[in-house]
Every structure is written in structure tokens, then in C-alpha cells.
Write a protein that binds this ligand. Structure first.
Ligand code: ATP
Ligand code: MG
Length: 577
């Protein structure tokens, strides 16, 4: 990767180099037009975010435009609900397709005309072999295929059959239209690929108008050509399809359907991310199997889940930039994505106090019924955001893990006899604790030093190692807080582990992280009661949180943890993995 002269400019990569090369040659007179072409058969996931950032980002930086195109040529699995969710997700990521919103199904008439043109040029034929015969005659990687007995049908017969396919005269599967290329090609994709099939299925946009539908590999190049796409960027699995992409558009340009230069297909490596799965098929399994609570479950790697979790569009853009694009498949560690989210959240999230696992602390020498405000900064890096008052009083909530009756070595927080600072408040000395019949600590007792209040001259006389956060018990807001964690406990869900024969038969569901969600009743500083859906905060010492956009009510927000402050996975992966 070369270093860009302008630090704000995107780093160079092989796709940008290809675009530059085309521009230098004056291929499209400098025009750059890309597209993001999801199939509306599921929700978008983090992998799509990479593709969206790439396609829209490329167009943006060359002053071009990126289309949002629904590749809805397969009637069976597609749905309006998905279309809406995809529109929302791309918009949420902050991209704009202007007037360029398209549906491949709007092109069915043109696609049909293209197919007829191929027939008329002797470049397509109707095959009436059974699906099994067609498969058997396709050959293998080492053996050539066998010509279909229908391959030499005359143009008129082909045209007649194809028109009758369209008219609904034949049963599903009775015939298919195939491109006539080369049954001996070393590239199996060029062995007379099917381009149209009979399929009696209602389409979410065209209804029952059609009973024949184009194959994806036929439809996609045509969609690109219709929209005057310059660079058609797709994932590596389509590399072997590129010769057909080029053959088809070339044949259709010859027939006068499209002008040259034709769109150029460029492949890049799809995103693989550890500790999750990025395949719609598996995501459907997780949702339908009830392993998560729907498509927008914050643990799912969907963009609607990410939004609900509190991840940011800026974090995704930073991530896309940081991982770049490559020509070879590889895995990206989840910690890279999480760190990108942290970086952006650190900048934007105001600080607040929350006690997630509350334990009562009583300051025995603080007057009963009395209280006072303490000043806490809203953002340590942004003094211009000012400070806010948080109430202090005799009874406080502290984090259970901040107290130990018998401290272990190196524990500097609260234990009998020890002195700590209550952040933004007073220094206290622990005097003891009370336990229930099970031996569980129920209350901790301490005395405060009246001249130790933060911000007053006397405060500096106290040297303490512990600095605890707390919430005043008299007016804390008790709220549900969901502590989300990685969905899978293993970096490569369902994959075989070296030296572990049992792992050979693992299903990805076996690797689910049983601790991926923990719900607590937390005690929060009172002002958080007024937080609105999608407000973000850093809860000091805990991480980043967002107000759930669905389950919160006015005056009763519920919080989702977006991400802890530090990565606890990378260092102890061995014990958890
Ligand atoms: P899946 O494999 O999850 O079913 P898909 O490729 O079928 O995804 P599409 O709706 O066809 O999903 O994808 C739309 C665009 O997003 C395509 O251009 C595809 O290449 C790209 N895309 C899908 N998954 C990834 C990924 N993991 N990384 C990068 N781009 C991806
Ligand atoms: Mg697909």
C-alpha cells in the first residue's frame, strides 16, 4: 500500500489503480459509476458494509455516483421487508445514491429482448434435456462437457420455443435457454451456461407477469450495462464468471444493445471476520432457530443489529479504510472492528456514571437526610462540554467487585482499613461490612473525610490508589442494561481446530458464546432517566452504551452495551476459545 500524499485522501489500492489506469486512457472520459447490488433476500451484514463503503467511497472520491440496485431476479426468496431494511441500512451508513435507485426486475423486458437477440445471432439455444442430464453432460474440471442433442436447433425453432416458454406453454424445468459458447471450455462457467429458466413464481414487484426468469449470471452484466456502470466491483467468487460477463456484454454490444466501452468487472476479497458469521444462510439459521432475538439483535453482525448495538457509521467507514481491499481471501480479527468503534465512540460519547453490579455503601459519619452536588466533567477530552452535577449522599451504590473483605495482593480498592477516593467526591476509609446468612456482603461501611472533596484545596493532601465510581442511592435511576458480548466463543465458528479430532464434526451453532448477553438491573446517575433513544454514553470504567431504540419509553430508557472499554478477548483467547 502506498502512502497517500494527502493524509485525508483514501489509500491507494488495486481497484483505485485500475480506475486511474482507465481514466488515464480516457476510457469513460473520467466518469466513475459504481453500484451496490444487494439481493433483497435478507438483511445486510458487516460484509456488505465493506462493499458499500468501497463502492460508494470510490464513486465519492472520483466525483462519480454509486447506484443502489436491488438485484431481485430470483422471485422465490425476495421480499419488500428486506428492500426497506436495506435502504435504511445504506442511508444509515451515510451514503446517498441520489436518483439512482434501481430494481433489476424493472429490466425484465430488456433482458428478455437481449435473450432473443442472442438466439437470433445463433448465440443461444433452448435445451430440453432434463436437469440431471444437463448436469451429467456438463463435464468436470478435468473432462470436457458433452454437447446437448438440442445444441444445433435452428434459430427459428429456438425463437419459437423461447417465446412459448414465456407464454407459459411449458412446465417448470421443461426447457432452459442456454448461451452457446463452448462445452469443452476449461472454464466450466463457459460450458453453455443457462440464462433463462421457467419458474412459476410470483415476484414481489412484477407479480405474475413472468413465468420465466433470467439467471443471475445473465442478469447482472445486463443490469450493469443498462445503468452505464463503469466499474462493476464484486467479490472473488465471481472471478471465474468474468469471462462470461465479458462474452455476454460483447455479444449484446455486437447486437446493438449497448455502447462500448462496456462495464469492467473487478473482484476483491470478501470480508471474513472472526467470532461471527457473515453468510445470510447462517444468519437465517440463527434468527429462525431463536438463537438471537430477531434480525436486529445487537449480537448479530447485521447492520440493523449494529445500529441497535450502538456501533456507528463512522466506525464502519474507519474500519473499511483500515482493512483496505485485497485480492486474496483473509480473516480480519473482530478486535479490529471493535477498536474502530471505540475510537469514534470515545470522541463523541459523553461520560456518565453507572453501577452495573450494585453494592450498598453507607458513609456512617455523613449526616442522614443530607446531600450535595458533585461536579463531573462531561468529556475529559472536551472541556468545552462542561461539567454536570451528580448528587452525593450518605448511602451510595458502588460496584460489587470494588470491595473485598479480604483483599488479594495488588487490590487497591475498598477493603476494611483502606482509603480510596470516590471519583468527583470525597476520600473515604472503609470500616467494615455486613453479610447475609449465606456470607454474601450486603452493605459496606466507611467514613468520609469532610476536607477531601474533589476540587477543594484540601483534596490534594490525600493520596489514594483506588478511585471508585458511585451513584447516590436516594435518587439513582434503576434501569435494565444489556451487556452484549461476541456472539461466538470461537474465532472460526464451526471450523475444525488443530489437534482436536472432535472439532471436525462441529456445527457453527456449537460455538455460540453462552455469555453473549447478560441483563442486569443497574443503578445510574439520575439524569440518565431523561436519555432518548439512540443517545450514546460512555459509562465510566465500563464502556460505551446506547439507549435501545425499540424497548425504551419516555423517562424509562433501557441501555445496550455497544462495547467494553478494553478488549478482553485478545489477551485471554486461549482460555475462552
Ligand atoms: P451472502 O454470502 O451473505 O449470502 P451475498 O453475496 O449473497 O451475501 P448479496 O446481496 O448478493 O449478498 O451481496 C450484495 C453485495 O455485497 C455483493 O456485491 C457482494 O459481493 C457484497 N458482499 C456480500 N458479502 C460480502 C462480504 N462478506 N464482504 C464484502 N462484500 C460482500
Ligand atoms: Mg448473492
Amino acid at each position: 500500500m502506498t502512502v497517500a500524499a494527502n493524509p485525508a485522501a483514501p489509500a491507494s489500492n488495486f481497484i483505485r489503480n485500475a480506475v486511474d489506469e482507465d481514466n488515464r486512457a480516457g476510457k469513460w472520459e473520467g466518469r466513475v459509476e459504481t453500484r451496490f447490488p444487494p439481493e433483497p433476500n435478507g438483511y445486510l451484514h458487516y460484509g456488505h458494509a465493506k462493499s458499500i463503503c468501497l463502492n460508494f467511497g470510490l464513486a465519492e472520491s472520483y466525483g462519480g455516483v454509486c447506484h443502489l440496485r436491488f438485484d431481485d431476479t430470483n422471485p422465490a426468496k425476495e421480499d419488500r421487508e428486506y428492500v426497506d431494511a436495506i435502504v435504511d441500512a445504506v442511508r444509515w451508513l451515510g451514503f446517498d445514491w441520489r436518483e439512482h435507485l434501481y430494481f433489476a426486475s424493472d429490466y425484465f423486458d430488456i433482458m428478455y429482448a437481449c435473450a432473443e437477440s442472442l438466439i437470433k445471432a445463433g448465440k443461444a439455444y433452448v435445451d430440453s434435456q432434463s436437469a440431471d442430464d444437463m448436469r451429467a453432460n456438463r463435464g468436470t474440471l478435468t473432462e470436457p462437457g458433452i454437447d446437448s442433442p438440442c445444441r444445433e436447433r435452428g434459430i427459428d425453432e429456438n425463437l419459437d420455443l423461447f417465446r412459448r416458454m414465456k407464454a407459459g406453454e411449458f412446465a417448470d424445468g421443461a426447457h432452459v435457454l442456454r448461451a452457446k459458447i463452448d462445452m469443452a471450455s476449461p472454464n466450466i462457467n463457459l460450458r453453455d451456461p443457462a440464462v433463462y429458466r421457467i419458474r412459476r413464481a410470483s415476484h414481489h414487484r412484477t407479480g405474475d407477469k413472468w413465468c420465466i426468469y433470467p439467471m443471475y449470471t445473465f442478469a447482472h452484466p445486463i443490469e450493469d450495462a443498462i445503468e452505464n456502470i463503469t466499474h462493476s466491483i464484486c467479490t472473488l467468487e465471481f472471478e471465474d464468471q468474468r469471462p462470461f460477463y465479458e462474452w455476454l456484454l460483447d455479444a449484446l454490444a455486437d447486437a446493438g444493445h449497448f455502447p462500448r466501452p462496456l462495464p469492467r468487472q473487478i473482484e476483491f476479497a470478501r470480508l471474513n471476520l472472526t467470532y461471527t458469521v457473515l453468510s445470510k444462510r447462517k444468519l437465517v439459521q440463527l434468527v429462525d432457530g431463536g438463537y438471537v432475538a430477531g434480525w436486529n439483535d445487537p449480537r448479530l453482525p447485521t447492520l440493523s443489529g449494529a445500529r441497535r448495538r450502538g456501533f456507528t457509521p463512522e466506525g464502519f467507514r474507519l474500519f473499511a479504510e483500515r482493512i483496505g481491499v485485497a485480492k486474496a481471501d483473509s480473516w480480519i480479527d473482530m478486535s479490529v472492528l471493535e477498536e474502530c468503534m471505540r475510537e469514534r465512540l470515545n470522541e463523541i460519547a459523553p461520560r456518565r456514571i453507572a453501577v452495573l453490579d450494585p453494592l450498598k455503601l453507607v458513609l456512617t459519619n455523613y449526616p442522614e437526610g443530607q446531600g450535595e452536588p458533585c461536579l463531573a466533567p462531561n468529556h475529559p477530552l472536551k472541556p468545552e462540554l462542561g461539567k454536570r452535577d451528580i448528587p452525593f449522599g450518605r448511602e451510595l451504590w458502588i460496584e460489587r467487585e470494588d470491595f473485598m473483605e479480604t483483599p488479594v495482593k495488588g487490590f487497591h480498592r475498598l477493603y476494611p482499613g483502606n482509603t480510596v477516593r470516590l471519583r468527583y467526591g470525597y476520600v473515604i476509609r472503609c470500616t467494615g461490612c455486613e453479610k447475609d446468612t449465606d456470607g454474601r456482603v450486603t452493605t459496606v461501611f466507611a467514613e468520609y473525610f469532610p476536607d477531601s472533596r474533589s476540587g477543594t484545596p484540601g483534596a490534594d493532601n490525600y493520596k489514594t490508589k483506588g478511585n471508585l465510581h458511585w451513584v447516590c442511592a436516594a435518587n439513582a435511576y434503576t434501569a435494565e442494561v444489556r451487556l452484549y458480548d461476541r456472539l461466538f466463543a470461537h474465532p472460526y465458528p464451526g471450523q475444525r481446530r488443530e489437534g482436536d479430532p472432535e472439532s471436525a464434526v462441529r456445527d457453527f451453532l456449537d460455538d455460540l458464546n453462552p455469555g453473549s448477553i447478560r441483563i442486569v438491573q443497574a443503578r445510574l446517575e439520575p439524569a440518565l432517566r431523561a436519555a432518548h433513544p439512540e443517545d450514546r454514553f460512555q459509562f465510566e470504567r465500563h464502556g460505551y452504551f446506547i439507549v435501545d431504540r425499540y424497548d425504551s419509553a419516555e423517562g424509562a430508557p433501557v441501555f445496550n452495551r455497544s462495547i467494553p472499554l478494553k478488549d478482553s478477548w485478545t489477551k485471554d483467547r486461549k482460555t475462552r476459545g
